[in-house]
Write a protein that binds this ligand. Sequence first.
Ligand SMILES: Nc1ncnc2c1ncn2[C@@H]1O[C@H](COP(=O)(O)OP(=O)(O)OP(=O)(O)O)[C@@H](O)[C@H]1O
Length: 326
Amino acid sequence: MIEARDVVKSFTVRGRAGGRRRARTTLRAVDGVSFTVGRGEFVGYLGPNGAGKSTTIKMLTGILTATSGGLRVCGLDPSRRRTALARRIGVVFGQRTTLWWDLPLRDSLTLVRRLYRVDAAAHRARLAELTALLELEPFLHTPVRQLSLGQRMRGDLAAALLHDPELLVLDEPTIGLDVVSKTTVRDFLERINRERGTTILLTTHDLGDIERLCRRVMIIDRGRLAYDGGLDELRRTVDADRTLVVELAAPAPPIALGEITAERVEGARQWLRIPREENAAALVAALAERHEIRDIALREAGIEEVLAGLYRGDHAYWCSGRPVAP
Ligand SMILES: Nc1ncnc2c1ncn2[C@@H]1O[C@H](COP(=O)(O)OP(=O)(O)OP(=O)(O)O)[C@@H](O)[C@H]1O
């Protein structure tokens, strides 16, 4: 569905140099990215702010033209075949709507049908299906400007899927949504991927989206792909520390065991960060010899901690992961 080979996108920006005329410099927002996405995959595209995610998505959808490299989406060159591609993909930008502000949602969706020249009977069937799945019925006749953010997002998803695209590209689709709306959107995406085989590329800062939906993640950092592989594999590959939470029989000064010291103390409870190479069982045994322990729990780093470490650059060109080299 997507084939990117050494894709580069440069922007010319005015530098901050002194003098009357500020010097022009070239910024490589996407700096030689290569990957493929197969039919039916659900892939998360992650990275810190300014990493190059939106620029990649704009190239994939034909909004921007790559400076160099090869790009094929559904077998088409996106910048040259933008109209043909639009019939085969759906795009949702969480921060923007493609719906007509002053029209009731239903009329907006009818206009989308005309734009994509969807046959009337197919449209009726598809609209009925999407209305049920996204629970649109209560606000189908409400002008878009009066919809809540969660309702509008569901409307935008329907608009992006009315022409039954093979590929759905989502840029932060759950941004600003409450827990219930997020769940509705996630359940829906999971379902169309599983049942219809729609390929989905999802950009998000919401790690709940990733944990719930993506089997594979690609991480971009400063324009370069730094990881491409499974989520569990990412947790394992990154040398993430673990935390031992110890509940003592009574409050005590911070525990110190060689290099390992408690980094948080609350009453009788203490938190110890354990480096990956440390043997946790031996540590627990040593602790039990010196302290009266009431309870103990070993906590693996969550995906949030793993990514925070990566984004901070704690793991210089991080994972040996999959085929991603600096
Ligand atoms: N039209 C443009 N002109 C100049 N620079 C741009 C342009 N669009 C993006 N950039 C720069 O390219 C880099 C990548 O931006 P991009 O929007 O792709 O990042 P992102 O990963 O989507 O970030 P965020 O998570 O904040 O949305 C940034 O340094 C940004 O300032």
